[in-house]
Write a protein that binds this ligand. Structure first.
Ligand code: NAP
Length: 512
């Protein structure tokens, strides 16, 4: 299981003690003391640090400049200080592979005798070698100490993928080893490390005191993991799932699927990957390399993700949007479970689709799923969008003559004629103006009104529709059902619906 190690770099011993206490209080499992940042480091300072930092396990690190550290003294003096750190009895000492075979085995033997663990590390500040080279470094580090750690300057997403591939390949030959891509392009290697079997995840205490490029800060790291139950429950056997989208702050998918995994006692975790259009392909490549089992895709990537997959099902092809990715034997296949979620939500509310006149407001991905579901079940569809051209494109793609397109200024009469009205725009969503996408007075008594917006669960549209005696269906119902279908595709297991509904209701109470 992975542990969170907060790397601390301070100019004074007193500052280091204060920072170590703060790290422990904020949930660090262990701390790395970057002794090379101290203004003064000698045997007396080491002894005092050991005595005063007894409340948290510590790694003593004295990184030389050649490996990206601040220690500028000679190598013999540095090795002597490392010996003293071992003698002081820190829980771990970090020894660089570049110390050389003889020096390393002497220090490692000394550490063993004293009951001090060794992290043997390697830092390539210039580049990331080919996968075989990374594998060799990781294995060499692991052989020389108790835990191997290799960090490489990652200049491109391809570098990150190579590091992830190497980490996966060495799960048995370098157990627990930490493989890191330094720099922004390598940040994903840190997030995925626990799934690759890394025993440690390094973080900075806060944004101001990061000790390496691309390193997360402790609060950010914990925040990303909180809904998955914390980093401590992830190991190389944990199934990797997640959602790709931007922004993701509002998404309840991590809560939904982590609750389901927890309820079924499955060793799996679902993480949010908040990525913009440029980061979509690299992130998916990294997830693929890390053994992704399944993912959801949301705004704005549902169409852009298609060329990155190995195949898509007929539904997704017709709609031109993927919201669920399933991995089988390393191949990623796209599905669209929004249609099943949409039809299921209306069906559960007793809304008959066969022969009904339906109005769909909006022409994006959600509207496409709604229109496909309505047509497949025998409804006649009118689409209205603020931009008419997009509505016409949707009609052309999904049904041609079977779909009418109305102008936005004719939305009132179109609503009056409709037995089913579906809002597929974000109007009314948390963070958007609390507007009503359909003029309320035009909603017919007895009509069924569905709002795809699920946060808040009761939108202004639904409240107005209820006032006029319409039946209402919340987007939350569709959201749960599209998630159930995705979960079934990933796991083949029955979805623990009751527990998930309870968790979602509880979270809404606390966020709305
Ligand atoms: P999208 O592809 O970005 O499309 C958004 C559509 O809404 C476009 O037609 C756009 O019109 C229109 N629009 C955007 N802002 C508007 C505004 N302020 N007023 C009126 N129209 C506006 O998004 P999407 O994927 O279709 O998602 C739409 C909504 O459905 C989101 O709130 C999303 O959270 C929700 N959704 C819910 C579920 C669920 O399970 N309940 C599933 C999927 C989506 P233009 O073409 O003129 O830009």
């Amino acid at each position: 299981m992975a542990l969170v190690c907060v790397s601390l770099a301070e100019r004074t011993a007193r500052g280091l003690v204060r920072a170590a206490r703060a790290a422990r209080e904020r949930g660090a499992d262990l701390v790395e003391l970057r002794l090379d940042h101290l203004r003064q480091c000698d045997a007396a300072v080491l002894g005092a640090l050991r005595r005063r930092i007894s409340f948290v396990p510590a790694i003593a690190t004295l990184r030389p400049a050649r490996e990206g550290g601040r220690y500028r003294g000679g190598e013999p003096a540095r090795l002597a200080l490392l010996e003293q750190a071992i003698a002081c009895g820190f829980e771990y000492v970090d020894l660089e592979l570049s110390i050389g075979k003889r020096g390393l085995s002497r220090l490692a033997a000394l550490a063993r005798r004293r009951g001090v663990g060794t992290v043997v590390s390697h830092h390539d500040l210039a580049r990331t070698p080919p996968t075989a080279g990374i594998v060799r470094r990781l294995e060499a580090c692991a052989r020389a100490g108790d835990l191997g750690k290799a960090a490489f300057a990652a200049r491109s997403p391809r570098d990150a993928v190579r590091i992830i591939e190497a980490a996966r390949r060495t799960r048995r030959t370098a157990p627990g080893a930490v493989a890191i891509g330094m720099g922004p392009a390598g940040a994903i290697t840190r997030t995925l490390g626990p799934f690759l079997g890394s025993r440690l995840v390094y973080a900075g205490l806060d944004r101001k005191s990061l000790t390496a490029r691309g390193q997360p800060d402790l609060a950010g790291l914990q925040g990303a993991w909180v809904v998955a139950g914390g980093i401590g429950r992830v190991s190389a056997s944990t199934g990797l799932y997640g959602i790709l989208g931007h922004p993701l702050g509002h998404s309840l998918s991590p809560l939904m699927h982590n609750t389901a995994f927890g309820r079924l006692g499955m060793d799996a975790a679902y993480l949010p990957f908040d990525v913009d259009a440029r980061a979509l392909a690299p992130t998916l490549a990294a997830l693929r390399a890390a053994g992704l089992r399944g993912a959801n895709v949301t705004i704005p990537h549902k169409s852009a993700v298609i060329p990155l997959l190995d195949g898509i099902d007929a539904h997704a092809r017709r709609i031109g949007a993927v919201n669920t990715i399933v991995s089988r034997g390393g191949k990623l296949r796209g599905h669209n479970t929004d249609v099943a979620g949409f039809v299921g939500a209306l069906g559960a509310a007793g809304v008959r689709l066969e022969g009904a006149r339906a109005l769909v407001v909006g022409a994006g991905g959600a509207a496409r799923a709604a229109v496909a579901g309505l047509l497949e079940n025998g409804a006649a569809v009118t689409v209205v969008n603020r931009g008419r051209r997009r509505a016409e494109e949707l009609a052309g793609r999904l049904g041609g003559a079977r779909i009418a397109v109305a102008d936005i200024c004719d939305i009132g009469p179109a609503a009056e004629r409709s037995e089913i009205i579906v809002n597929c725009t974000p109007a009314g969503m948390k963070g958007f103006p609390r507007t009503c996408p359909v003029p309320p007075r035009r909603i017919a008594r007895g009509a069924a009104v569905m709002d795809m917006v699920y946060n808040p669960a009761r939108t202004r549209l639904l409240a107005e529709a209820e006032k006029r005696g319409a039946r209402t269906v919340s987007g939350m119902e569709m959201f749960i059902r599209q998630g159930m279908e995705a979960f079934r595709l990933w796991t083949g297991k029955p979805f623990p619906e009751k527990a998930v509904r309870k968790a979602l209701a509880h979270s809404r109470l606390s966020t709305n």
